[in-house]
Ligand binder design. Sequence first.
Ligand SMILES: CC(C)(COP(=O)(O)OP(=O)(O)OC[C@H]1O[C@@H](n2cnc3c(N)ncnc32)[C@H](O)[C@@H]1OP(=O)(O)O)[C@@H](O)C(=O)NCCC(=O)NCCS
Length: 157
Amino acid sequence: MQTTERLASYRIAPALPADIGRLQELETDSFSSDRLSRRQMLYHLHNPRAVFLTVREENGSQTALGYALILRAKNRPARLYSIVVAKESRGLGLGKILCRAGLDALRDAGEKKLLLEVDAHDNATVGFYERLGFETIRRLPAYYEDGRDALKMQVLL
Ligand SMILES: CC(C)(COP(=O)(O)OP(=O)(O)OC[C@H]1O[C@@H](n2cnc3c(N)ncnc32)[C@H](O)[C@@H]1OP(=O)(O)O)[C@@H](O)C(=O)NCCC(=O)NCCS
């Protein structure tokens, strides 16, 4: 018997006002502290210095499966403010395509570097960033609200 496997394809698109409820759900499910508020998200939808991207299935539900928010600044390097993929959709490559789309947008905008902070004890996420070309440049003691250290990482564009 022949079986046909259908592989989903995914689409990157700017975040829209209609996505905010879902993106808040992703924040709540994924982070216990330092969450991005609804108000901050609404602000960044219209912030010309924000690269605010979502990923969703090409031909399926319009529900966002993940998002990335990168902030550009006038005289400082851009910063990856948040990236989240829904728990049930992790490990499919969505985090990678979101991050790569963000890096492409930054290159197009003439940025030279992207910085981020990540929980120093979260080896999986540090590894995820290393696979995307980021390297650790310093440790930030008690960086998070609950006292955990962070690592500052950067990638040159
Ligand atoms: C970090 C996160 C966005 C990664 O998204 P994802 O869609 O699961 O990652 P991908 O499937 O695109 O993985 C990309 C690469 O990282 C690796 N990777 C991802 N998660 C990993 C894990 N938990 N352990 C080991 N490797 C991992 C994958 O193997 C893959 O490697 P490859 O390119 O060699 O195949 C996702 O795990 C997440 O939302 N985590 C919770 C929120 C969070 O911590 N965000 C970061 C805040 S700093």
